[in-house]
Design a protein around this ligand. Sequence first.
Ligand SMILES: [Zn+2]
Length: 154
Amino acid sequence: MKAQEKHCKNCNKPLTGRWKNYCSRRCGSLYYIKNNHKETDIEKKLREWLVSQGIQFKIQESISNITVPDFLIDKIAVFADGDYWHDKPRRKYLDQRINTRLEKLGYKVLRYKGSDILKNFETVTIDLTNNLCQAKVNPNNIYSEWLERTKKEK
Ligand SMILES: [Zn+2]
């Protein structure tokens, strides 16, 4: 009798043996992020702002098994990066690699530092609005307001 084939819990590829539940270390950590993620204060603040603006987004959406952005708004991947972890050199290097891979797939990557989300939130939301509007992601009130504002600035 053939043993039942096992599949990766994250990407569903048949397992070749090395690990019990995942095909790779990356799939293991992506699965963990998707299933054990607790929203942080900075993510909550950004999420509430997005909702208040009527902006549609996805959370815990894995992009080609590269990473799971905190918010995915069309082809814009938004990260709320806690200062402590993301200032570590190793983490900075990994973040940069993730950015490059996402950009190659046509994603725009926006990373906001936790300290800015907490203390300079207006700057963060202006930057985010500019990027959303440039990408014409959100053709509602914020887009028309933005058009008016940029016309005046020119
Ligand atoms: Zn996998």
